[in-house]
Design a protein around this ligand. Structure first.
Ligand code: NAD
Length: 523
């Protein structure tokens, strides 16, 4: 393989989205849906120590748009198998960490190329397994490609760190080396992009991994692991272990050979992992590093000086895109009293036009929520909302073979309400009235979370104030609160939203590396 050099690569640019209004793109997507449908229901194995193998029992992932349809049958690993996976990753670490960074980066670029070639196919798997609509699936696959392209370049940058000061008579340097075995635990809601980002960052920096995907999205993960192997990653660098997190998570996190855990998911699970990882285990010779990106209760402020139509569009897309199942979803609209009634009226009218149904059908703006448990939990919050606010739109489940819920708006929600504070993770929006801009900022910051937030205003002073005072990891002005782009909006939240890892940013790979200082006396 010719030596890869950062300067020879084209500058990173975000993967363009496919325009599905173009007939040939639409046709390609329809054909991929047919092709992938013919593969639904197949069985997938665990990958440990370079070998595919089975577990004593299995579980199925299903299509949330049609819950009678099985998407994939997967192995239900036991805690013993999970431990074996960590040990296998540990055995291969000395080999993988010596593979030159340029070679690891080249493999990542090859993976990006394969993903690009199979974009429609990966979109189709997400449409079936997690109920993403066409554009949402397309954004997910594009982001996965971006992570591969971006982290490949980042690794090439980190392998030549800036020089340290030279002490007279010495040759001094600092170099970055990998950590060891990383346990990768992604959520189901960005089953390809987040999985790809966390996995490739760990691998390209020279760590070996144990991937434990969400049980709601194991097939997308299995397809990605197959793709990494096809790209040329050596199988023993990647262990693939499926099964309920509650059953095998502890074994992975507590294992003394686990060096770091890269987690994205709920606050409850993230805090548990953080606590367990901190406990010293017999034979463990390091402090485990935990990167935990967790939930959100994201607010959009609509100021008296906002372009209201723009604000309505931004709130609508942020609240109901992918059924509100994004950590960055807008679940609180905080609106200045001067424009409150007009904004609400426009928002209700726009929300009533939203189409809900199977994700496969491109006419639907919203698909299903992920599973029965999520549906029940969201409906429960809707009942709570009926006591805490004024239901002005939606509020019902839609009967059928999928987990469909109407886009729902509660108006006049007070800051003490549960639906103002708790992450619902569904298509439910709380609208709250603010006295003025300062009050709106105070309300927006009244949260244990601090992930994303947006402000709609034309007033420069207010924009500058929001930049100072709105305490979120990702702040947007006059645009939606979702859709962070790799390289452009490094992503990660404050407070209970997590460790602020800033995925897709220039500091991210440092989380998977440790720095070694070397001072050599010149003889
Ligand atoms: P979850 O916490 O239920 O599960 C996340 C992952 O953890 C899954 O793979 C799951 O199997 C695993 N898991 C569950 N119990 C475990 C345990 N005891 N030990 C180890 N692993 C365990 O979250 P989810 O429902 O998959 O995802 C939704 C949540 O993720 C929301 O709270 C959302 O806000 C958050 N999220 C955050 C970000 C971010 O970047 N901050 C991005 C996407 C999603």
């Amino acid at each position: 393989m010719p030596e890869l050099n950062l300067n020879d690569l084209p500058l990173f640019r975000n993967e363009p989205y496919t325009d599905f209004s173009v007939p040939e793109h639409r046709k390609a997507m329809c054909e991929a849906l047919v092709r992938v449908r013919s593969q639904l229901g197949k069985e997938y194995d665990l990958l440990i120590d370079g070998r595919w193998r089975k577990a004593p029992s299995r579980f199925s992932s299903i299509n949330p748009s049609r819950y009678t349809e099985i998407v994939g049958v997967h192995q239900r690993a036991t805690p013993e198998i999970a431990s074996e996976a960590v040990e296998a990753a540990w055995r291969f670490f000395p080999v993988w960490r010596r593979v030159p960074a340029t070679e690891r980066a080249a493999l990542l670029l090859r993976a990006a190329e394969l993903l690009r070639q199979r974009k429609m196919e990966f979109n189709a798997w997400m449409i079936y397994e997690v109920g993403k609509t066409w554009p949402e699936a397309e954004a997910d696959t594009s982001e996965a490609i971006d992570f591969c392209e971006y982290y490949a370049r980042e690794m090439l940058r980190y392998q030549n760190p800036p020089p340290v000061l030279q002490f007279p008579g010495e040759r001094d340097e600092m170099r970055y080396i990998p950590l060891g075995v990383g346990v990768i635990i992604p959520p189901w809601n960005f089953p390809l992009a987040i999985l790809t980002g966390m996995t490739t960052a760990a691998l390209v920096t020279g760590n070996t991994v144990v991937i434990k995907p969400s049980s709601d999205a194991p097939t997308v993960a299995a397809k990605f692991v197959e793709l990494l192997l096809e790209a040329g990653f050596p199988p023993p660098a990647i262990q693939f272990v499926t099964g309920p997190g509650a059953e095998i998570g502890d074994a992975l996190v507590l294992h003394p050979k686990t060096r770091f855990v890269s987690f994205t998911g709920s606050k409850e699970v993230g805090l548990r992992i953080n606590e367990l990882a901190a406990r010293h285990q017999p034979g463990q010779i390091w402090i485990k590093r935990v990167v935990a990106e967790m939930g959100g209760k994201d607010a959009i402020i609509v100021d008296s000086e906002a372009d209201l139509d723009r604000a309505v569009q931004g709130v609508l897309v942020s609240a109901y895109g992918y059924q509100g199942q994004k950590c960055s979803a807008c679940s609180r609209a905080i609106v200045d009293q001067a424009v409150y009634d007009v904004f609400l009226e426009k928002l209700i009218a726009a929300t009533q036009r939203i189409t809900v149904g199977p994700a496969e059908d491109p006419e639907n703006f919203m698909g299903p929520v992920i599973n029965e448990r999520a549906k029940q939990s969201i409906l429960n919050y809707i009942e709570i909302g009926k006591r805490e606010g004024r239901l002005v739109c939606g509020g019902n489940e839609i009967p059928g073979e999928g987990y469909f819920i109407e886009p729902t708006i509660f108006a006049d929600v007070d800051r003490t309400a549960r639906i103002f504070h708790e992450e619902i993770f569904g298509p439910v929006l709380a609208v709250t009235k603010a006295r003025d801009f300062d009050h709106a900022l105070e309300l927006a910051n009244d949260s244990e979370y601090g992930l994303t937030g947006s402000v709609y205003t034309r007033n420069r002073e207010k924009i500058e104030k929001a930049k100072e005072e709105f305490h979120v990891g990702n702040l947007y002005i006059n645009r939606k609160s979702t859709g962070a782009m790799v390289g452009v909006h490094p992503f990660g939240g404050f407070n209970m939203s997590g460790t602020d890892s800033k995925a897709g940013g220039p500091d991210y790979l440092l989380l998977f590396l440790q720095a070694k200082s070397i001072g050599e006396v010149v003889l």
